[in-house]
Write a protein that binds this ligand. Structure first.
Ligand SMILES: Cc1cc2nc3c(=O)[nH]c(=O)nc-3n(C[C@H](O)[C@H](O)[C@H](O)COP(=O)(O)OP(=O)(O)OC[C@H]3O[C@@H](n4cnc5c(N)ncnc54)[C@H](O)[C@@H]3O)c2cc1C
Length: 382
């Protein structure tokens, strides 16, 4: 067993840490106030290879493994949790395209993702169907000449306010999972109306509702085959749960680092606060939880890099890591006393931002359902 990253992985992580501290972190709190993503951000991230982590080299990406992708996201999340969404979605959707699209589609779509020209969103959730995603109702109606027109509403779409393209799941057939098809579609179209949501956190990431009013979709925009959107394309989704876990853990980790630094220097009762066990032990305890959850997430990514199934550790990580991160962020905030409550520090914002991913991409209950199904067998699944 070897717990170390390769020299190449470590070099890339160091590069991203330096870039993120210099070019990304200074804007984290500003994004919370303006509620907007910086216009140049995707291009800057692409300049570091971050939008093309999972895009093969032939299509202009880095062709990086999943472990390297996790490392890069951790470094970015330490600086700006919300800047991660573009990188996360690009990694997930590029991976879906690589594994499910034709070579012609890969050549058409992937270079734009890697260069940051295409900002991609995952369009699955609907107002009436969230956890029960196989029940989605957005209709792809046949247009009479081999294509479709999309009618319906997607909600809670991260980057929905900005995305140029979406991986859109729509119903082309009957009820249930086998009636769902995945399309890769341009969203800059008058037949797509966007409405932003006002949120507790993640404010610079443009979560939005998208209404489709007859958006055309051609057979060349189907990913993986008609009716395979859920049963095949969605299989790529487990690994993004490990990536999300690492984002949350990294945001909490930097908060704990800051809290440790604070209690080294903050004087009370005749010395530094850190010498009181009531202060130091909770920080040590949360550091242990973050470390354990991080191993689970990296096990999932490592398994996927080996061509093995990451579903169990990825879903275990997603069920636990965001909650562990929320609790660690909360403890770090309290450790700063009144300063932690103030928005002059990013601690409160990190807490609000991380809570979102207790819900996004599957709640703890839903990810535990996946694990339970594997442990008990499908016949015991609801
Ligand atoms: C920050 C954030 C980002 C998101 N990004 C995207 C995105 O980019 N694209 C996208 O398509 N969606 C996105 N979502 C939507 C997200 O995936 C859904 O909100 C999530 O899947 C839950 O669906 P729901 O909100 O409809 O809740 P519901 O499905 O209505 O669930 C409500 C509650 O019931 C629980 N529950 C439901 N079913 C069960 C069950 N069988 N057993 C036990 N408990 C159950 C849930 O855990 C939850 O606590 C995002 C959400 C957030 C908050």
């Amino acid at each position: 067993m070897d717990f170390s990253f390769t020299a190449e992985q470590q070099r890339y992580a160091d590069q991203i840490r330096e870039f993120a501290e210099e070019r990304v972190a200074p804007f984290y709190q500003e994004g919370d106030v303006t509620g907007e993503m910086r216009p140049g951000l995707p291009a800057e991230l692409a300049g570091q290879g971050l939008m093309g982590l999972r895009v093969p080299v032939e299509q202009g990406g880095l062709g990086a493994g999943c472990v390297t992708t996790g490392l890069a996201l951790e470094e970015l999340a330490r600086a700006d949790f919300n800047a991660c969404y573009g990188v996360l979605q690009a990694a997930l959707i590029a991976d879906v395209i690589v594994h499910n699209a034709t070579s012609e589609q890969r050549a058409r779509w992937l270079p734009a993702i890697a260069s940051g020209r295409a900002l991609v969103a995952l369009c699955l959730t609907e107002p009436e169907h969230g956890s029960d995603a196989a029940a989605i109702g957005l209709r792809a109606e046949p247009d009479g000449s081999g294509g479709w027109r999309l009618h319906g509403v997607k909600t809670s779409i991260m980057l929905g306010a900005y995305a140029t393209h979406g991986l859109v799941f729509a119903r082309t057939g009957g009820p249930g999972a086998r009636g769902v098809t995945a399309f890769y579609l341009g969203l800059d179209d008058a037949r797509v109306t966007r409405a932003r949501t006002r949120d507790l956190g993640g404010r610079a990431a443009g979560r939005a509702e998208l209404e489709f009013d007859g958006l055309p979709a051609s057979p060349g925009e189907v990913v993986g085959g008609e009716g395979l959107g859920f049963v095949q394309v969605m299989r790529g989704f487990d690994y993004s749960r490990a990536l999300i876990s690492l984002m949350c853990l990294a945001a909490a980790g930097v908060s704990l680092d800051e809290a440790n630094e604070h209690v080294r220097t903050r004087q009370a009762f005749g010395g530094p606060l850190g010498r009181f066990q009531g202060v130091a032990f909770p920080l040590a305890e949360h550091a242990g939880y973050l470390r354990a959850a991080r191993l689970l997430a990296y096990e999932a990514l490592w398994l996927k890099d080996q061509g093995r199934d990451p579903a169990v550790p990825a879903n275990m990580a997603k069920a636990w890591a965001p909650r562990a991160a929320v609790e660690a962020c909360h403890q770090a905030l309290l450790t700063f006393g009144q300063l932690g409550w103030s928005e002059s520090l990013p601690l409160a914002q990190r807490l609000r931002d991380v809570i979102g991913l207790e819900i996004g991409d599957g709640t703890a209950q839903v990810t535990r359902l996946v694990v339970a199904r594997r442990l008990l067998g499908r016949e015991h699944a609801p």
